[in-house]
Design a protein around this ligand. Structure first.
Ligand SMILES: *Cc1c(COP(=O)(O)O)cnc(C)c1O
Length: 373
């Protein structure tokens, strides 16, 4: 055995086991909007789905979902994917060739938590931009584009997140989104929008998903976040782009058969759960109202604009890890991020009352921890 190699059981299993021991109903789960469970109505829709063979374009429910999302995003066509991660990867693979470079934010999901798929599978290097909340400036994009020389990698792709995830749920203002897109395009780059929570942005601002996604070479939405589906995401773009992305989906092992059972959940969610995203945003505000009244919490961004809250502490006595553990013991599950940050996410399995209870719990735990010694 290699000296110093960490023993597996010491790495992660402890905190995971802790939350599994508690029954789901025993805590308020603000860990992520992926923790939503399919509702009875969604399960009924899934059970009744008309199905066929997705791989031969023969599953009517999946085709209907793809058409619906493409229309929502103002794009020509769509492809159903098992995950958002595969949407990002298939888009990178389609837009680039090995040796190219992709520009994105340094805290973006595509860069930080997709197991370096861009480099591992697409052979693409990444140029991460530093920005406070995942929302960078046009000049940063322009400066990041490589000169066209024999020796430089080819700058081929710009990606943005709408809303930004680990940077705190910030929303790209439409003019700035268009400006970075136009700057990238004028240098010959393709533009990809990771719209995992694009509909959360729409719920917050009233700007349509089609307006946000307009002029982007590809864009997708996740069904398994705030929309509450068990599985799935839909990647959209031009018909040519989708043809190629489909081939990548197939190569990556993402082609399915009777996927209508899953697509039915997506159609149900688009029909019944998009209004909920507005409530999620309101619940995030109400948690913020309670916590920001105390000077123990420092929010970054200073106020949430969607369903994600990100904060750290003004007391050195509080670490994010310990705070998250204490909260879990008191029935509130949140996520400790790097840099002593906490992320709390509202979603359809957290009611307004539960959001308020969670805020009160977090407040009293922070007050107690800050008093120690
Ligand atoms: C969740 C998420 C993804 C990945 O989606 P999965 O469906 O979990 O694979 C990508 N980007 C962002 C911004 C996300 O929040």
């Amino acid at each position: 055995m290699t000296a110093g190699r960490p023993r597996l059981h010491k790495i992660r299993i402890q905190p995971r086991v802790t939350h599994r021991i508690l029954m789901k109903s025993q805590y308020i789960d603000l860990y992520s909007d992926t923790q939503t469970r399919p509702t009875p109505g969604m399960r009924a829709a899934m059970a009744q789905a008309v199905v066929g063979d997705e791989q031969s374009d023969d599953d009517p429910t999946t085709l209907q979902l793809c058409e619906r999302v493409a229309e929502l995003l103002g794009q020509e066509a769509g492809v159903f994917m098992p995950s958002g991660t595969m949407c990002n990867l298939a888009a990178i693979l389609t837009h680039t060739r090995p040796g190219d470079e992709m520009i994105c934010d340094h805290q973006s999901h595509i860069y930080c938590t997709e197991a370096a798929g861009a480099s591992a599978l697409a052979g693409v290097s990444v140029w991460p931009l530093q920005s406070p909340h995942g929302i960078f400036e046009v000049q940063q994009v322009v400066d990041a584009v490589r000169p066209r020389t024999r020796t430089a990698p080819r700058s081929a792709l710009l990606t943005v997140e709408q809303t930004t995830n680990f940077s705190g749920g910030a929303i790209w203002p439409l003019p700035q989104l268009r400006a970075v897109r136009d700057a990238a395009r004028s240098h010959g780059l393709k533009c990809h929008m990771d719209g995992a929570r694009l509909l959360n942005a729409t719920a917050a601002t009233g700007v349509s998903a089609a307006d946000y996604a307009s002029g982007w070479d590809s864009a997708w939405v996740d069904l398994s976040k705030g929309l509450g589906c068990p599985v799935g995401a839909v990647l959209c773009g031009s018909a040519d782009f989708i043809h190629e992305a489909w081939q990548w989906k197939y190569r990556l092992g993402g082609a399915m058969r009777q996927s209508g059972v899953l697509a039915a959940a997506g159609l149900y969610a688009l029909e019944h759960h998009t209004e909920q995203l507005k409530i999620d945003n309101v619940n995030a505000q109400s948690i913020w109202n309670t916590l920001s009244a105390s000077d123990l919490f420092r929010f970054d961004p200073v106020q949430p604009s969607s369903n994600i809250l990100r904060f750290t502490f003004n007391s050195e006595l509080i670490t994010a890890e310990t705070f998250a553990k204490r909260c879990l013991a008191e029935g509130v599950r949140i996520r400790a991020l790097g840099g002593n940050f906490i992320r709390a996410t509202t979603h359809l399995d957290v009611s307004a009352q539960e959001a308020e209870t969670a805020a009160q719990t977090m407040l009293s735990i922070a007050q107690e921890m800050a008093k120690r010694d």
